[in-house]
Each structure stands twice: as structure tokens, then as C-alpha cells.
Design a protein around this ligand. Sequence first.
Ligand code: ITT
Length: 224
Amino acid sequence: MNIESETRFSIPHSAFRNLLIATSNKGKVIEIAALLEGLNCHVIGLEDLDQIPPPVEETGTTFVANALIKADYYHAATALLTLADDSGLEVDALDGRPGVYSARYGGEGLSSADQIALLLDEMKDVPEEKRSARFVCSVALVGVVNGASVRQTFEGRCEGRIAFAQRGSGGFGYDPVFIDAETARTFAELSREEKSARSHRGKALRQTIKYIEMLLKRDRGAER
Ligand code: ITT
């Protein structure tokens, strides 16, 4: 994370300049940290906390609800401005599954390789024209800026289809079986920059960054 060791938890002049990325998914951390580079904030990951709060149960039935559950929880635990991501893969032939249960598809504890194998098996008799799917990402930003509460969500989507077999070695999760509609390549065949330019997460994060930059401007105005 781009955080100078001396500012680690010393919360400088404005607590707002610290931004907690509240995810334990390493794939997400890599993508989010890269997208936030250049933002005038100290980006903190859960691993930078002195004590990592135990995970919160994701009881929502929508991506937005779960993103808010995570951002509210980690903000309450740390008092930091907190960004959380809830995302997943909606497959039309499976009536939108695995959807919000993408991380738990097939049961708790399955590896991504197991989940991909399960998905390809469930989809084995589905013809090309019925393999449409999309990645969805909700980002929630929760905290207090300059005495005012912030609780905003942003959504990004990327349309595509499920491949018949895995392709590529980049990314994480279902990337090797998700064919992006525009490039006709799987997300695992794209570079990190190419994926973020197209992805559900990139789209949601770019809206979030614009909003944070607007808050930063307002914060600087209030400090003067
Ligand atoms: P956190 O809750 O700690 O952020 P998580 O992995 O449990 O981590 P989610 O509940 O949002 O996060 O589940 C998202 C799952 O959807 C993730 O584990 C992947 O399986 C899948 N997913 C989301 N975005 C993806 C992407 O860009 N590429 C591939 N798979 C993705």
C-alpha cells in the first residue's frame, strides 16, 4: 500500500486523508490500490491495521447492501473513511447465479479453480448464444469528512459471456472464464490496466475517485 511508515496510524492533520480499503480479497486489493494511485490519500489496507476486525457476515441480498454492510462495519471499527467492494458474476442461464454468492458458490471454502470447474460443468450444455453474463461491482464509501457524514455507493457493470474452457492466467476469481463482450478476450487474458479500463470494478472505482476528489477539494476549502 502506498503509505509512509511514519504516518501509519498516526492519522495526520486530517483524518480524512486516510482511506481504508476494507477487503480481504488480494485480487481486489491489487486492482483497487492501482486504481487509487494518484489520489491524494493515504491508502490503508486491512493488513496495515494494528488489529484486524473479524470478518462481518454478508447478509444482504444485493451487491449494494453487502458493500454497505462491509463499509459501515469497518468504519465503525476504525473510524477511518472506508471503501468496501461487493461484487460478483451474474450468469443469465443460471437465473443470475452465483450473483451475490459468487465468493461462496459451491459452498464455503472452495478454491477459485473448484468454482470455475463447477461453473463450467453447470454450463456445459448451454449453447454459445445463451451464455451471456455480467460482472457487477458495488463500491460503498462510508465515513466522516469535515464533520459531515459520507455514505455513498457507486456501481459498475461489464457485459460478457461464459467461455467453454478457461483462458489466460491474469486476474483472479472467475476471470479465466469471463469473456469480455468488447475485446472478446477473457479478463484473465487482459493486462491489469486493460481489465481495469473495462471492468465492473474500474467503472465503480472511477466514479468513487471523482467523488473523493470532490470531497478533498471541499475539505481543502474548509481548512483555509
Ligand atoms: P471481501 O468481502 O473481503 O471484499 P470477497 O472475495 O468475499 O472479499 P465478495 O463477497 O464481494 O468479496 O465476493 C466477490 C467474488 O466474486 C470474488 O470472491 C470472486 O469470486 C468474484 N469476483 C468479483 N470480482 C471479480 C473479478 O474482477 N474477477 C473475477 N472474479 C470476481
